[in-house]
Write a protein that binds this ligand. Structure first.
Ligand SMILES: Nc1nc2c(ncn2[C@@H]2O[C@H](COP(=O)(O)OP(=O)(O)OP(=O)(O)O)[C@@H](O)[C@H]2O)c(=O)[nH]1
Ligand SMILES: [Mg+2]
Length: 311
C-alpha cells in the first residue's frame, strides 16, 4: 500500500449513464410501436401504460415529464397526439434520458410525421423504428459499480473484462478513489460503464459521489468471513443510502484459495445471490461477462439493494 504506482484515475460524476428498458408509442389507444429490451416482471405493464399514457396525453407538445413507480421511472412525451413512453431504471440519469427522448421523437417524426397527420397511421408499419431506437439506447452507457473491500479483486475483474488480450493483473495495486472503463461485449444494445471503486477504508466515504445513477452493483468479496463482516458493516450502509433501486449480486471471488467460503455460504451471509469466481484467471472472462449480461437482462437471480436483509 502507498506504493508509487497507485492508480489515480478519478471517475467523472454519474450524470451520463442510464438504462432504458423499453419504449411504447400510443395513438388513440392503439399501440403504434413497442420495443421491450428488458421485460418488467414486477408490474402489470398494461395497467401502468394506461396510467402513464393518460398523463402523457395531457402534456403540451414537446413537453417531457416522468413518474416513478417502484424501481422504475417512466419518461413520457406527447407529440402530434402521439404518446411516447420510455421505461428506465429509477436510479439512472433523467437528464440523459430526456435528451434521448427528444432525439428519439425527432427521429420518429422525421420518418412518420406526414403519416401521423392523416389516417394513414392506422395501417402503417412502424417497426423499422426499432433500429433507430436501439442505436439511441446504445449511446447511453449502463452504469455498473464494483464495490468491495481493498484487495478483493475489483480491479482484477475490471481488467479481466475490459483488457482481454492483456490478461487480468496478478499484482495488487490499490485503486485511489475509483476508476472507470467502458465495456462493449455481447450485451447489445447496451454498453456498460464500469465503475471500479477504491475499497480501502479511507475511500469508502467517497463512494456515495461516485456510484450515483448506478443501475447494477457487483459486490466483490474474497470469500472470507472477515470480508463478509466488513461488507455488511461498511459497504451496505453506503449502497443502501445511495443506490436503493439498483440490482445487486455478489461475487464469491478467490475460490481457489484454501478455506474460501462457498458461493452458497457467501450468498447466505450477505443476503444476495453470489456467484463463484477466480478473477485472476483469464479463462473466467466468459463466465464474468455472462454474469454481467444476466444481471442486465434480468435472466439471472439478483436482489434489489433496498431488499437486502442481513441478520
Ligand atoms: N488467488 C487469487 N487471487 C486473486 C483472485 N482475484 C484477484 N486476485 C488477486 O488479488 C489481488 C486483488 O487486487 P485488486 O483486484 O487490485 O483488488 P481491488 O479489489 O481492486 O482492491 P482496491 O483497489 O484496493 O479496492 C491481486 O493481486 C489479484 O491478482 C482470485 O480469484 N484468486
Ligand atoms: Mg482496485
Amino acid at each position: 500500500m502507498g506504493s508509487p504506482s497507485v492508480k489515480t484515475n478519478l471517475p467523472t460524476n454519474g450524470l451520463g449513464e442510464s438504462m432504458i428498458r423499453e419504449i411504447y408509442v400510443f395513438k388513440e389507444g392503439q399501440t403504434l410501436f413497442k420495443d421491450v429490451i428488458v421485460p418488467n416482471e414486477d408490474l402489470d405493464t398494461d395497467a401502468v401504460m394506461m396510467l402513464v399514457s393518460s398523463s402523457a396525453k395531457k402534456l403540451q407538445e414537446w413537453k417531457i415529464d416522468s413518474m416513478e413507480i417502484e424501481r422504475f421511472r417512466y419518461v413520457y412525451m406527447n407529440s402530434h397526439n402521439t404518446q411516447f413512453i420510455v421505461t428506465m431504471d429509477r436510479q439512472a440519469s433523467l437528464q440523459k434520458v430526456t435528451e434521448a427522448m427528444m432525439n428519439m421523437v425527432s427521429k420518429f417524426m422525421t420518418a412518420f410525421e406526414n403519416t401521423l397527420e392523416t389516417d394513414e397511421w392506422k395501417s402503417t408499419d412502424f417497426s423499422p423504428f426499432k433500429v433507430g431506437f436501439r442505436s439511441l439506447v446504445g449511446r447511453i452507457p449502463v452504469k455498473v459499480c464494483l464495490a468491495g473491500h481493498g484487495g478483493t479483486g475489483k480491479t482484477t475483474l475490471l481488467e479481466l473484462a475490459t483488457l482481454p488480450s492483456q490478461g487480468p493483473p496478478q499484482d495488487y495495486v490499490p485503486t485511489f478513489f475509483g476508476d472507470k472503463a467502458l465495456l462493449k461485449a455481447d450485451f447489445d444494445p447496451y454498453i456498460f460503464s464500469m465503475f471500479d471503486l477504491g475499497g480501502q477504508d479511507r475511500f469508502v466515504q467517497e463512494w456515495g459521489k461516485i456510484i450515483r445513477a448506478g443501475s447494477m452493483v457487483i459486490i466483490v468479496t474474497d470469500s472470507t468471513k472477515e470480508n463478509m463482516e466488513w461488507t455488511k458493516r461498511v459497504a451496505y450502509p453506503v449502497l443502501k443510502a445511495e443506490l436503493p433501486y439498483a440490482r445487486a449480486v455478489a461475487i464469491a471471488n478467490k475460490q481457489d484459495i484454501k478455506g474460501a467460503l462457498s458461493p452458497n455460504e457467501v450468498s447466505r451471509r450477505l443476503g444476495v445471490p453470489a456467484y463463484g469466481m477466480q478473477a485472476n484467471r483469464r479463462d473466467f472472462r466468459d463466465r464474468w461477462l455472462k454474469l454481467l449480461k444476466g444481471v442486465a437482462f434480468e435472466t439471472l437471480d439478483y436482489r434489489l439493494v433496498s431488499d437486502i436483509e442481513v441478520e
